[in-house]
Each structure stands twice: as C-alpha cells, then as structure tokens.
Design a protein around this ligand. Sequence first.
Ligand SMILES: [Zn+2]
Length: 59
Amino acid sequence: MAHVHKLYEYDYNTGTIKLKNKKCSRCGSIMAHHLKPVERWACGKCGYTEFIETREKRK
Ligand SMILES: [Zn+2]
C-alpha cells in the first residue's frame, strides 16, 4: 500500500490526485474520514457528520 499524502489520494487508474479530506459544510473545518463502523465524514470542531452511502465493496 502506498501512502504518499494524508490529505491527498493518488488515483493510479486515472492519474489524478483528489482531495481526501473535505470541509465541513457547517463550520468550514477539515473533516475527518472514517471507514468504521460506517463510512462517513466527521467534523471534529462542531461534530457535524455526513454519512456516505456506498454500495460497492472494495477488497
Ligand atoms: Zn464543523
């Protein structure tokens, strides 16, 4: 596994770099990405949580 950056994710298939962390829609802080127990974005400042619906499983 390659971990070049913490905030960016390099897609080898398309050759693009995408921002891994996004900003909170409520307070504008960088949100943390959580995979367990469910995939979601959580803001550590205001506690805003955005759940991500994923139907495809990567393994
Ligand atoms: Zn927030």
